[in-house]
Design a binder for this molecule. Structure first.
Ligand SMILES: [Zn+2]
Length: 127
């Protein structure tokens, strides 16, 4: 059953999807600069690493957002994918793309599965 309040989530998720898609697209070419100066070289390398990590993080988040949108459409949004219980509205408000309830997420974290949700803070502030 579709939980009430799905509309707000869909709007947020669609906005997030557009935002991430745009960011990933504009960051298409990660500059590979070369320098004869070893110090510059180190600087470039760390900038490159950072850029790659960001792209990585954004693609992971985009996948989660897309999956959440699919759950909005098929009516399973707000239900934990692991235990089928409702995810708390407070958690969904903070992390609309959460696919697990807090208990299952904790268990997954302990099992070493990537959560990739700790960067939901921006969204909370923006909302
Ligand atoms: Zn659960």
């Amino acid at each position: 059953m579709a939980a009430s309040g799905v509309c707000w989530a869909q709007e947020i998720l669609e906005r997030k999807e557009a935002e991430l898609t745009h960011e990933l697209r504009t960051r298409d070419g990660i500059a590979i600069e070369k320098s004869a100066d070893p110090m510059d070289e180190i600087q470039y390398a760390s900038e490159r690493d950072l850029a790659i990590r960001n792209v990585d993080r954004e693609s992971t988040l985009l996948r989660q957002v897309k999956a959440a949108l699919r759950r909005v459409r098929d009516g399973s949004f707000g239900t934990c994918v692991e235990c089928d219980w409702a995810i708390s509205p407070k958690r969904l408000a903070a992390v609309p793309w959460a696919s697990r309830c807090i208990q299952c997420q904790d268990a997954a974290d302990r099992a070493g599965q990537p959560a990739a949700e700790s960067f939901g803070d921006n969204l909370v502030n923006a909302a």
